[in-house]
Structures are given as structure tokens and as C-alpha cells.
Design a protein around this ligand. Sequence first.
Ligand SMILES: [Zn+2]
Ligand SMILES: [Zn+2]
Length: 753
Amino acid sequence: MVYPPSDPSQLVDALEQQLLATWKRERLFARVTEATRYGPPFIFYEGPPTANGRPGIHHVFSRTIKDLVCRYHTMLGQGVTRIAGWDTHGLPVEIEVEKQLKISGKKEIEAYGVERFNRLCRESVFKYKADWEALSDRIGYWLDYEHPYVTYSNPYIETVWWLLKRLHEKALLYRGHKVLPYCPRCGTALSSHEVAQGYETVQTNSVYVTFPLADDAKRQLVIWTTTPWTLLANVAVAVHPDLEYGEWEVDGVRYIAAARRAADVHVHGKPLAQAQRVASYPGRDLVGQKYLRPLEVVPLPPDGQRAVVVAGAFVTAEEGTGLVHMAPAFGADDYAAGQQYGLAFVNPVAPDGTFQGTRWPEIEGKLVTDKETNRLIIERLKHEGRWVETRPYTHSYPFCWRCDSALIYYARSSWFVRTTAVKVRMLEVNREVAWHPPEVGTGRFGEWLENNVDWALSRDRYWGTPLNVWECDAEREHREVIGSYDELGQRWGKALPDDFDPHKPSIDGYTWSCRQCGGTMRRVPEVIDAWFDSGSMPYAQWHYPFEHQADFKAHFPADFICEGVDQTRGWFYSLLAIGVTGFDAQVYRHVIVNEHVLDAQGQKMSKSRGNVVDPGAVLQEHGADAVRLYLLSQSQVWLPKRFDQRQIPEVAGGFLNTLRSTYDFFRRYAQDWQPLAEADATPPGQRPAADRWLLARLDEVVTSVRQAWSAYDVTAGVRAIMDFVGEDLSRWYVRRNRPRFWAPDRATDPIAL
Ligand SMILES: [Zn+2]
Ligand SMILES: [Zn+2]
């Protein structure tokens, strides 16, 4: 047998490219898949990336883990499913197209034309598909890119419709009016799992404001708000009925606040607590008092209570003044109190986040979250004699995870999946999942499920799976949820055209007359959250139940998934929520959660910091083997990882060089050596102690690698191999036994080889 020499002058990139070319020529992936097809199944689900952005080094990280686990199970003879997938709908795509067209916001999209806009979205989805495939190829991540699932495809959408109809039939899909986190730029509400991804610590100007009581303007309620713009829509003040309140007199004015807050509320620069206290009583004594609203620039509707103190159990004395200003259009507690007490509902903010319909020309048309808006409002409060203090306030505030705009809480009509109805079951199912590390399942993810709120499903956008609900234009409650294209054709009264497209705007042309009243059934305008698309992949990748029923059943649930820790509120959640609401089923058995890849200094990588690592360049310089080894072995995959290129040769290079020189050593003496058949080999008992020791060590390593990898501890297995090669094989065995292989005056020890 001839063992090819390794060429130390050959660049690692060239060497690996050569090997990849050989794999390709040999159709290795296809042949391995073929050879293990009937092995015991090992089901892997690929979390679909969005291919309209370039892959980053963190993608190399999770892909390396996925590949290692799948490869290991292939080596055990299992039939591993490795279907690629692409996430193709949603805001990320729309925002890229808006940038490309140099337009922004829904008005401009509609002026441009939804049909043209969506066509561009469809075209842009695969902008970097080739980059993704090339990267996967380069790092040896085996995935079937020839038969991927694509979330915008007609069959995929049909399955999603079927799932939504199933939820509708279980009364788990509903339209609600709720105050939701809302992105004024994107013009759409976001779900709680999306919001959770975009918190940043910011400093804003909070403000203390007085509301004089209507029957005695010398007695003034002091309220505190971090969002002064909501004061324009103020209709009530909430107090806790059982909390102790007091009045403190300063310059003839009596300021009212919770007793426990008096030390922290400043009037003319001095804490109230230092002024003379002239009254104290429980909050319930204030309930029903009328006050004078600040900033009377928005016309109030004729109905509903206004400028009144109400009781609220949510009020605490933890911060602020213990008196909470209420604007039902802009807060969940506020909205609930509005319903409970019949408060007037006033919303001077248009869907694009600007003030509309006010009697205040300077503020009309201004974005509520702009600093300038805040400044104008504080000016005016001072002018009206309502301002007490402005105080910088550092807090965690949500921003749009896609466009970075500050979110606002905004009353909208929206469609929900009633996930709270199955919360207990979701927690049970989660307890059956083996999380690696376990603390993600009990901690981050478990807590997320504990605090579950209904899934805000609909998006007031364009490029997405259209919500498959048709409503009668005469009576909204005459409603049909369409669960297949056949059903749509039946309702419509004709076969669907060959070039049928379920997207907006063409889908909205499908109308029919209401069976109950003769009105016209029209689709609701919303599309759905793209996370629902990706969470539907176990079913939709097979176009279940319309096709491939057996394939679906054979591939459900997954044995293994792996994604970054940010997916606890993304894909991990949407998979589980759909599995439990739709099928009362577990969707995945094992999850490896890899932590973020940080830069060498431990900073988050971001375009604005300019510290983003280009995976292509790193792979070219160090080679995929070294990068993969570095990522897997440097620290546990579920610890935050500092990516320091200078460390790659240190961590991985030593091992790879040792392996290479050990191979060279072997090759030099093994030129015409043929391995003996097992039966003809020297029995272990007759071999020298060193050989027996090495074989025993090898056996131990095989056992510990199997144990580690079967338990999804990828790092422990990789380290066991690295230790074996570096220490036992090279440092001990090869060095100590050198004379047996090489001696100019005698033949080599035949047993050694
Ligand atoms: Zn946005
Ligand atoms: Zn009707």
C-alpha cells in the first residue's frame, strides 16, 4: 500500500480544497447517505437561516456542532436526515428591499405597489444563497442543498395554512385588541419573543409632573413618567388603594405622593420628605378625585371618564411617585384599566408613530420617540407650570430587532395564538427535552414559558404567509379559515390558476359571497409572523398532510437540533409552541444551545463596532479543520466564546501538526506494509507492553468519545481525541518506541508496524 506524503509547504487552504474536490468527485455525501439510508434513523432539523444576509462566524460555530453530531451518528451507522432549509419571509427581507429602493415605511411601499415590492422581496431572498452554500461546503457541513425546504413556496404555505386552520378548530386562534409592542417604522406589532431580542440599556429623560386636583388646585398629584409623549393621551391616574399616601407643603402648594417615595420626589430641588407633611391617608381616599389634565392639545371623545383617579393593583411604591399616569392607548395596564373603568380612549398617534390630529402645530407630525419631541413636551410642561423635575433615567428599553427603531406600546387589533391555554402542557413537554446545557431548559427557556403570553401572530406587512382568514364585509363574525388550496378553489368556485400565488396582493383577489348573509368574504389584510413559518418546518418540509405522510411520521420528532442561545425566544419557542398547540407533541429531544461568538476582547460583534470577523478570510488562513477544532475545544460550546484568531494556531495548530508529523513518521516506515487480516495479526498477549498500552488507551478513548458525544457533550469528546494524539500517541508512544522503527543496523520490529 502506498501512503501519500504530506507536503509541508502546501498551504492549508489548498490542501483542504483538494480534499473537498475529492469528496465532490467521489460524491461522498450522497454515497454516505445512501449507505446509511436503512440504518436506525437519527432525525436532525436544520433551523433555516435567512439567505438575504451573509453568513457570519457564529454560523460557522453552530454549523460545526451540527455537523459533528450528525457525522458521529452517521459513523454509528444511523440514517441521518440532513435537509437544508431557507427562511424567506418577513421583515428582514422587506427592510432590505426598502433600502434597495431607497424608500421607507408602509406608505411608500404602497405607493410603489405591493405587487412589485413583493416580487423584489422574492428575488432578494436568495441574494447570498451561494455564499451560504459555499461556506457550508468549505467547512465540511454536510446538508442536502438540492432538496431544501423554502418557506415561501406554495406547498410550504399550504401546510402552514393547514396548521392555522387546525389551531382555529381548536379555538386557539383569535383576534384581539391589545396594547402591543409596536415598531412605528415597520408599522407592525411584534410578538413578545421578538421584543425579547431587542432590549438595550438606554438613558432617557424621565419627568415628574403635577396634576392639580379639580376642586382645590393647591393640592397636586405628582406623577412620574419615562415616556412624556404619552401625557397627551392621559385620561386617568392610578393609585394603589392600600398604599399609604401623604401631602407635603412647599410654598403653599400641597404635593401628593406615596409616603415611601417622598424621599425621592424633589420639588425645587429638595426631597418632599424634608418638607412639612400635612396629611396622610390610604390610596383609596384619592379614588374618584378629579384633576386638571396637562397638555390639553388633543380632543377627547365625548364618551368615557376622564381626568379621574382610579384604583390599580399594579401600582407599587418601588419607583416613581406611587401615582401612575394612565393613557389606555399606550400601555397594557392602562388599557385594562380603561376597560374596567370605562375611561375615554384617545390615541393621537398615527400608525407611523407620529402625532396626528393635535391642536399643537409644533408637535404635529413629529415621531413620538424623537428626543426633540420629548424636549418640546418638557418645555410646554414648564410653561404650563406643571413641571417639577426632569431626571435622566437609565433603563432597559425595547428596540425593533430588525430596524433598531425604539418600540412603543400601542393599542392594535391583532391575531393571536392562545398559547396561554396550553402553558402547563408546554412546561411539561419542555421538561422532557434534554437541554445541553440543562440550565437553558430550566432557566432561560423554562422561565420564558412560565411567563408565557399569547403569541401575537399577525403582522401588518406585505411579504409573508398571508393569514388564511376570510371575513364577511357585512358581518365580521361570519368567518372562514381556509386550510388548503383545494378548499380555496371550492369557495372561490373555480379551479385555481396554474400560476396561483398565495402571496399578497394576488391572494386578496379571491373573494366569494358569504353563505350566511350574502355579504362578500374577503381575506383579512394581515400576514403572519415569519417565526410561525420556521416553527412549522417539521410538517411543512414534507408538505404534510397533503403529501409524504409516511415521511413526516418517520421524521417526527427530531432527535437533535442546535442553534444559538438567542433562539430560546425564536425558533426553539416557535417549534415547541406549534407542536403543543397543534399536536400536543414533543418536537425535539435534544438541543445543544451554543453561546454567542464575541470578539477577542469579549465584545459583541457588530457592524457598527467594526469587529465582525469575516469567516471566509479566517477559513482561508487557518483552514476549516483548525477553525472547527478551535471553536469546539477552546471552551464548552455553551459558554460565551471569545473569538481570537491568534489563538487558533495555539489551540488547534499544535494538535494538527502533531497528527501530521505522526502520520509522516508512520508513512516513512510503512511504504510497503500491508495491514494483516485480524486473524493473522499477533495476538495482543504476545505484543510488547507499549503496544498493548497504546491499544488499551485507544480503546478507552473510543469509549469516552462515544460516551461524550452520545450525551451531546461535543467538547469533551473532541478534547479526549486531542489529548490522546498529543500525549499518548505522539509524546509517549512514538518517542519511546522510535528505536523499534528505525535502526540502521537492524531490521525494524515487525510487530511494531
Ligand atoms: Zn422596525
Ligand atoms: Zn356574512
